[in-house]
Design a protein around this ligand. Structure first.
Ligand code: BTN
Length: 255
């Protein structure tokens, strides 16, 4: 394997692997051993890559698999909003490394889409100390650089398929640079600026949406993102719902 050439902003530490079960699992193991905030686990392939809701994440060599360990000093509820910062950072990185050829949309809660097809999935896992204080967050990102899974239910695409083959190392380096750009803004001004950046790429805003919740389904229009990151759904009756967790489906049929 060729050596990696990753540019690391100050405060980030790279844990580079050829193969691992899951970069999220490795980042959690490092966290449990006391690793510092800013550790980034990067692997060329995963043998048990995981998606949300217990799904498997196909992990051939050629795509990007990374997990970032953060130890924010806030509640878990606040810390969970960092997934929006990660989504924006990766969307901007994709746009930059493709020379503006590919502009991903941010799909609630934390996917990136191009032309209605998924190109990146984000898996947030967390651990708390006492009460609701955050011990650590692990935010895993999988980007379809060279390959996209063949999934009729959840159509996906890759940068290669879009005619924009890029270097995984260049994408990771740019992604880290964007996180390093956004984190001080987050610390200084909170969620607001990240929310605005996310909304400027928001997928399906103003469109019909079905939200599948634990006990029921809600249909309406996706009218925006609340101050706490909840999806705002307006029913035809005018009743608005703030949805903090769940799966959403748009008319295109893509999750
Ligand atoms: C999803 O869309 O369901 C989330 C997918 C997250 C995949 C990434 S790949 C790197 C990290 N390690 C994992 O096992 N999962 C995440």
């Amino acid at each position: 394997m060729t050596a990696r050439t990753i540019r690391l902003p100050e405060g980030f530490h790279l844990h580079e692997l050829e193969a691992i079960d899951s970069t999220n699992d490795e980042a959690k193991r490092l966290a449990d051993k006391g690793a510092q905030s800013g550790a980034l686990v990067l692997a060329r392939t995963q043998t048990s890559g995981r998606g949300r809701r217990g799904r498997a994440w196909s992990s051939p060599v050629g795509n990007l698999y990374s997990s970032l360990l953060l130890r924010p000093t806030c509640s878990l509820a606040e810390a969970a909003r960092l997934t929006f910062l990660i989504a924006v950072s990766m969307a901007e990185a994709v746009e930059m490394v493709t020379g503006n050829q590919v502009r991903p949309d941010c799909k609630w809660p934390n996917d990136l889409m191009v032309n209605g097809r998924k190109i990146c999935g984000i898996l947030l896992e967390s651990a708390s100390n006492q009460g609701s204080a955050t011990d650590y967050l692990v935010i895993g990102t999988g980007v379809n650089v060279a390959f996209a899974p063949d999934d009729a239910e959840r159509p996906a695409t890759s940068l290669s398929a879009l005619g924009a083959p890029v270097s995984v190392d260049e994408l990771v380096s740019t992604y880290l640079a964007r996180i390093a750009h956004w984190l001080p803004i987050w610390e200084d001004k909170g969620f607001g600026p990240v929310r605005e950046a996310w909304l400027s790429r928001g997928y399906g805003i103003g469109q019909p949406v079905v939200a599948r919740l634990t006990e029921r389904e809600l249909s309406g229009t996706f009218v925006g993102l609340d101050d706490d990151g909840s999806l705002v759904l307006r029913e035809d009756s005018g009743t608005e719902h703030r949805i903090g967790a769940g799966e959403v489906f748009f008319a295109t049929g893509s999750e």
